[in-house]
Design a protein around this ligand. Structure first.
Ligand SMILES: *[C@@H]1O[C@H](CO)[C@@H](O)[C@H](O)[C@H]1NC(C)=O
Length: 379
């Protein structure tokens, strides 16, 4: 019986890989179309260091950010959130699962030494070590809106701490070994949601604090391959963050205030001995399906986050990291069209016209958009 199941699995996978290989050609073409307008960025967005000038006063008020946060000119006043909003800055949701438990711990700290740490700093090999660093994050959430001062025509927007909104911050990532939590990937694992959590947000300060263990790098199988398999090309490890807010009303004039949902991949490539932040070499050669189909940042936009501090505690094998996250204010929704949480926003998560491409599959949350594929990607 077990034998049959196994054979069946192999057949399925052979078929799946065959189709994927064929479609690689298709992706090669579409991938280029998607990237066309996104030529080389002026800074390496992956290391979050390109907008230093915006760091001056992270705790109080920020008005020196480019208009790209503010949903102004380029957005033609559309009033519903769509997949476009969600993926605007690039992000991967393949292993997203809705409705994870509220907890300030994403991966249990014990994984730091219970799991191997497999990290790639370029596409062709992963380096394996026995322990992975513990990461202690403090996220500060900002709401950004257009500068209303028409006379100046300044291309800036105002960002202030998001304090009154019931912001929902969902985090997921691979284990240190580069695999997403999955019964089939983890021996004796009873917890499907390993390394996934909804983070408590302090609405008085607009901050969210969580600890986790450094994620590993995924390869061409996206960290979801059968029997824990994955192959080059590898990519940089990331922590996925989805931030959604319900509409609130402005106390002063009763306007509806709404922010576009934000899906981002926070870079988490760490130097194995110094614990310093690194950037991925040959980042232009990230050939993984989800990387190809992912929206890239254009020259005009800066990442919707800023890593403002990275403090290494060698003795404790821990890094304390402060990150500012910028949500973009969007026009109020037409009554009744807006959905307030990611799980409720199911259709927005699934731009179904790209469904047949493996690249699209790898971009979209499998558990939300294509449940039947869980046979292939058992999460
Ligand atoms: C994590 O960092 C916060 C400040 O950013 C600090 O208050 C907290 O004690 C740290 N947690 C651990 C486990 O070190």
């Amino acid at each position: 019986m077990a034998m049959c199941v196994r054979k069946y699995d192999i057949a399925r996978w052979t078929l799946c890989l065959g189709i994927s290989l064929l479609l690689v050609l298709v992706i090669a073409t579409t991938g280029q179309v998607i990237d066309e307008e996104n030529t080389a960025t002026t800074c390496d967005a992956m290391d979050g260091t390109c907008n230093n000038e915006a760091k001056a006063d992270a705790t109080l008020y920020r008005s020196d950010l480019p208009a790209s946060y503010c949903g102004s000119d380029s957005d033609s006043g559309e009033t519903t959130t769509t997949a476009k909003d969600l993926y605007r800055y690039g992000g991967t949701a393949q292993a997203y699962k809705p409705g994870t438990a509220v907890s300030p711990n994403v991966c249990p700290e014990t994984l730091s030494y219970e799991s191997l740490y497999k990290v790639a700093s370029w596409p062709f090999t992963r380096r394996t070590s026995k322990t992975s660093p513990i990461m202690n994050f403090s996220l500060k959430l900002y709401g950004c809106s257009s500068n209303e001062d028409d006379s100046s025509h300044s291309s800036s927007c105002d960002c202030s701490p998001l304090v009154t909104t019931k912001t929902v911050v969902e985090i997921w990532q691979t284990r240190p070994d580069g695999l997403y939590g999955s019964p089939r990937n983890i021996k004796n694992n009873n917890d499907d949601d390993e390394c996934r959590a909804t983070i408590p947000v302090d609405t008085r300060t607009g901050t969210a604090q969580f600890t986790t263990v450094a994620p590993g790098s995924t390869g061409i199988m996206g960290g979801l391959g059968p029997r824990s398999s994955d192959y080059w090309p590898y990519g940089p490890p990331v922590i996925h963050i989805l931030v959604t807010t319900p509409p609130t009303s402005n106390e002063k004039n009763n306007d509806v205030v709404l922010y576009a949902p934000l899906l981002l991949d926070l870079p988490a490539l760490i130097h194995s001995t110094t614990l310093e932040q690194r950037s991925f070499s040959l980042s232009a050669f990230d050939w993984r399906g989800h990387a190809w189909s992912k929206r890239k940042q254009s020259k005009e936009t800066v990442p919707p986050f800023d890593i403002t501090s990275w403090n290494i505690n060698d003795e404790k094998n821990r890094i304390d990291i402060d990150v500012d996250i910028f949500l973009e204010r969007i026009p109020p929704p037409v009554e009744g069209t807006i959905k307030t949480t990611a799980s409720a926003a199911e259709p927005e998560f699934c731009p179904s016209f790209t469904y047949i491409l493996p690249g699209a599959l790898f971009l979209e949350p499998i558990a939300v958009c294509a449940k039947s594929l869980l046979d292939f990607f058992p999460m």
